[in-house]
Ligand binder design. Structure first.
Ligand code: MN
Length: 290
């Protein structure tokens, strides 16, 4: 089996705030060599690296805003987030939980630190991905999957060296918990001291990883915490190893391969559809949310 080589290791860009509750490094969509097309179907990745939020009586976050044409996937590593949307979806996610919101034809939603977390303050670490939808599904009905960590299927690595949480897709026969519109894999590798894991994805899939905790070797090359690794679209196999323990997010997906027209919170196929989205939003067609 051919090794999937590293194309580039991307250090975290300077952080910026989304609303007042998410201090993120953007990796996908605006980084050098990581535009929306390059990681299709993953069209955005914002990473809130571990950051301490002091106690606040008013929960911090992002107020009501629309989305159309894709899915927002939030993975909580530390801290808690509460979500509400205009299609009735909502919930609280905490450490190890995942929120998979299909905006599709359009929702309004808001994303805030959960009330008690906010009052106490604490370390906060999250990833938000935008997963594109194919043209045929962009105007389908919104949907919400709140996935608790206990409901995420896990693969136990040999010699008690850790586990793979299979959020979506498959790892060595263990199926992911989230349903997806196109073939993709999303997994957390939780490696203990001396742990190691092998991965295999088709050449054509756009594949990357983000190191969340610890330091790892990827195919023998050292990669530090908060760094992102993009793989070439050649070869199928790669390996990650750690000496002292690590947590790594793995993503791999079949490119949708359609044209992308994006503006703010809307991601469609054409400029015409973007104009339509803006008109529909201005006319209140995305529903209502207080
Ligand atoms: Mn949003």
């Amino acid at each position: 089996m051919a090794t999937k080589k590293i194309e580039i290791v991307v250090p975290p860009r300077p952080a910026h705030f989304v609303g007042d509750g998410f201090r993120v490094h953007n990796f996908i969509s605006s980084s050098y060599r990581l535009d929306m097309e390059r990681m299709d179907p993953f069209i955005l990745m914002d990473y809130n690296s571990k950051f301490y939020f002091p106690p606040s009586e008013t929960p911090k976050g992002v107020g009501v805003h629309p989305h159309r044409g894709f899915e927002t996937v939030t993975i909580a590593y530390q801290g808690k987030v509460a979500h509400h949307d205009s299609s009735g979806g909502g919930g609280i996610i905490g450490e190890g939980d995942v929120q998979w919101m299909t905006a599709a034809s359009g929702v309004l939603h808001k994303e805030y630190h959960e009330e008690n977390f906010s009052k106490k303050g604490g370390d906060f670490q999250m990833v938000q991905l935008w997963v594109n939808l194919p043209a045929k599904d962009k105007m389908s009905k919104p949907k919400y999957q709140g996935i608790k960590n206990q409901d995420i299927n896990k693969y136990q690595l040999a010699e008690n060296s850790g586990e793979i949480e299979v959020i979506a897709g498959e790892y060595k026969g263990i199926k992911g918990s989230a349903s997806t519109f196109t073939p993709l894999h999303l997994q957390n590798a939780l490696l203990k001291e001396g742990g190691s894991a092998d991965f295999s994805f088709p050449e054509s899939y756009n594949t990357a990883l983000l190191v969340l905790e610890g330091n790892v070797s990827v195919n023998g090359e050292p990669v530090s915490t908060d760094h992102f690794v993009l793989f070439e679209n050649q070869g199928t196999e790669f390996n990650i190893q750690t000496e002292k323990g690590a947590k790594v997010l793995i993503l791999s997906g079949e490119p949708i391969g359609e044209s992308i027209a994006a503006q703010g919170p809307f991601v469609m196929n054409t400029r015409e559809e973007i104009k339509q989205a803006i008109n529909d939003f201005n006319q209140g067609k995305f529903g209502y949310l207080e």
